[in-house]
Design a protein around this ligand. Structure first.
Ligand code: HEM
Length: 442
C-alpha cells in the first residue's frame, strides 16, 4: 500500500513537473506525424504521395487540410516542416538560408555553383552585387528594350487574320524571352533568331530533365547533350559581350556577373539560374493573365478603360504612370494568386532551434513556406478558385494580414530578385510591355 502511494505521488510530481515546464517554456515539441503511412521512411518517404497529388503544392494542400498550419512530411529521406499561415510565416521572416534538398532536382541544370545552392556570406555577396541591376533605377533603363519587344509582338498579332486563333503562350514566351534576355544579357539577343535558338535549347533541356535523368540512362545522355548546347550558347553570349564591351552607363546583369564571379562555372551557373528563374515565372504570369481576362471579359474591359483614362491611347506605359494603373495591378495580383504561380519558398535555420507558432523546430530542420496554400486558403480568400481582382482593392486588402499574399517570397533578404528590385512598385519586369499588347487586343 505504501509503495502504491509512493508511486502515485511520484507520478503526480512528474505530471505536474511536465505541465509546469510546458507552460514555463510555452512551446510544444514538433509533432513528428507524417501524412500517410509511408512504410519504410528511409526509402522514398512521402514522394509517392507527392507524385499522386500531382505536385508538391497539391500534396501540401492535402497535408495542411488534414494537419493544420504546421505539419511535417518526408521528402525522400529528409524530414521537412511545412508552414501554411501568415502568422507562421512571420516567425520565419528573418531567415535567409535555403535548404538545398528541395531544389536538388534542378542542380544538373543550374549547376552546383548556382546562387540557388548558396547560403551565408557567398550568397549575401552575390545578391549585393547583382540586386543593383534589378533596382528601380536600373529597370528604367530597360524600357526601350521592352517597348521594342512589345512592338514586335503587337505587330505580329495585328498581322494575323482576325478570326485566327492567337497562340498566346507562344507569343508571350517569346516576348518575355526577348525582353528578359536582352535586358539581362545585352544585345547578343537583339535579333529574334538568337532568342528563338535560346528558347529551343531551354525547352529541350527542360523536357529531358523532366524524364528523371538519374534513373534513365538514355534520358541522361540526351540531357547531357542538351545541357552542353545550352552552355555553348551561354559561352557564345559571354564571349560576344567580352568582344563588344558596353559603355559604363549601359551595364547589365551579365556585365556584373562577368566582373564579379569567382569562376567560369559560377558565371555560367548564375547566368543560367537568373534566366530560368525569371523566364518561366514571368512568361506564365503573362499567359495566365491573358487567360483570366479572356475568361472574364468584363475585367478586360475595365483594364482597357483604365489604361485609356489614365494614360491615353498614344502614350506608352512607363515606370512612372504604371503606378496609376491601380485596377490593372489588382488583375495581376489576382492572376498570380489564382494560378499559384510560385507555390513555395523554403528556409532553414542553421544556427539555432526556433519557435514557430508554439512549436520548437530544431536547428537545421528544413522548412517549406507554403505560399500557395495560404494564397488559396478559403478562410482568407472566400471562394478561392474564383478570379476576383477586386479582392486586391485597398479597402479589401487592408483587412488581410500582409503575409497572406507574398508570391515573391518574403523571408530574410532572399525574396525574389524580380520583386525586391522594384522598391515601391513590387513587380518584376513584365508590366511595362504588357500594356501595349492588352490595348491592342481589346
Ligand atoms: C511573376 C514573376 C515571378 C514570381 C512569382 C517569382 C517568384 C519567386 C519566389 C517565390 C522566389 C523564392 C523567394 C524566397 O526564397 O523567398 C523567387 C526567387 C528568385 N527569383 Fe523570382 N519570381 C518572378 C520573377 C523573377 C524574375 C523576373 C527574375 C529575374 C530577373 C527572378 C529571379 C529570381 C531568382 C534569381 C531567385 C532566387 C534568389 C536567391 O536565391 O537569392 N524571378 N522568385
Amino acid at each position: 500500500m505504501a509503495a502504491l502511494v509512493i508511486i502515485c505521488v511520484v507520478l503526480l510530481v512528474v505530471v505536474i513537473a511536465v505541465f509546469y515546464l510546458g507552460t514555463l517554456f510555452g512551446s510544444k515539441q514538433l509533432s513528428r506525424h507524417v501524412l500517410f503511412d509511408v512504410g519504410l521512411i528511409a526509402t522514398d518517404g512521402n514522394l509517392p504521395d507527392i507524385t499522386a497529388a500531382g505536385s508538391l503544392h497539391g500534396f501540401l494542400l492535402k497535408l495542411h487540410t488534414k494537419y493544420g498550419h504546421v505539419a511535417t512530411f518526408w521528402y525522400g529521406k529528409t524530414h521537412f516542416v511545412s508552414l501554411a499561415s501568415a502568422k507562421a510565416f512571420k516567425d520565419t521572416n528573418k531567415l535567409s538560408d535555403r535548404p538545398v534538398e528541395l531544389f536538388e532536382f534542378m542542380k544538373p541544370l543550374f549547376g552546383p555553383s548556382s546562387i540557388t545552392y548558396t547560403n551565408g556570406e557567398s550568397w549575401k555577396r552575390r545578391r549585393h552585387d547583382y540586386d543593383q541591376l534589378f533596382s528601380y533605377d536600373a529597370i528604367k533603363n530597360y524600357n526601350s528594350r521592352f517597348y521594342e519587344a512589345t512592338d514586335a509582338v503587337v505587330a505580329k498579332i495585328e498581322s494575323l487574320p482576325s478570326d485566327e486563333h492567337i497562340n498566346i503562350t507562344e507569343h508571350m514566351s517569346l516576348l518575355v524571352l526577348k525582353s528578359l534576355s536582352h535586358a539581362t544579357y545585352g544585345d547578343f539577343f537583339k535579333d529574334d533568331e538568337k532568342a528563338i535558338t535560346m528558347l529551343r535549347h531551354y525547352e529541350t533541356t527542360m523536357a529531358v530533365l523532366n524524364q528523371d535523368i538519374s534513373k534513365n540512362a538514355e534520358a541522361g545522355q540526351k540531357f547531357a547533350q542538351a545541357l552542353g548546347a545550352w552552355h555553348d550558347f551561354m559561352r557564345a553570349m559571354i564571349q560576344h559581350r567580352r568582344d563588344n564591351p558596353p559603355s559604363d552607363d549601359d551595364w547589365t546583369f551579365i556585365d556584373v556577373l562577368m566582373a564579379k564571379s569567382s569562376s567560369e562555372e559560377e558565371l555560367i551557373s548564375d547566368a543560367s539560374t537568373y534566366f530560368f528563374a525569371g523566364y518561366h515565372t514571368t512568361a506564365f504570369m503573362m499567359v495566365w493573365t491573358f487567360y483570366y481576362m479572356c475568361e472574364n471579359q468584363e475585367v478586360q474591359e475595365k483594364v482597357y478603360k483604365e489604361i485609356i483614362e489614365v494614360i491615353g491611347k498614344d502614350e506608352k506605359v512607363n515606370h512612372v504612370n504604371l503606378e496609376s494603373l491601380k485596377y490593372m495591378r489588382c488583375v495581376f495580383d489576382e492572376s498570380i494568386r489564382c494560378s499559384v504561380l510560385a507555390p513555395f519558398a523554403a528556409r532553414v535555420n542553421m544556427n539555432a532551434d526556433m519557435v514557430v507558432q508554439g512549436y520548437t523546430i530544431p536547428k537545421e530542420t528544413p522548412m517549406v513556406l507554403a505560399l500557395g496554400v495560404v494564397q488559396t486558403d478559403d478562410e482568407i480568400w472566400p471562394e478561392p478558385e474564383r478570379f476576383i481582382p477586386e479582392r486586391f482593392l485597398p479597402e479589401n486588402a487592408s483587412t488581410r494580414h500582409p503575409l497572406s499574399f507574398q508570391p515573391f517570397g518574403f523571408a530574410g533578404k532572399r525574396k525574389c530578385v524580380g520583386h525586391s528590385s522594384f522598391g515601391h512598385i513590387p513587380y518584376p519586369i513584365a508590366k511595362p510591355y504588357l500594356m501595349d499588347a492588352v490595348v491592342c487586343n481589346s
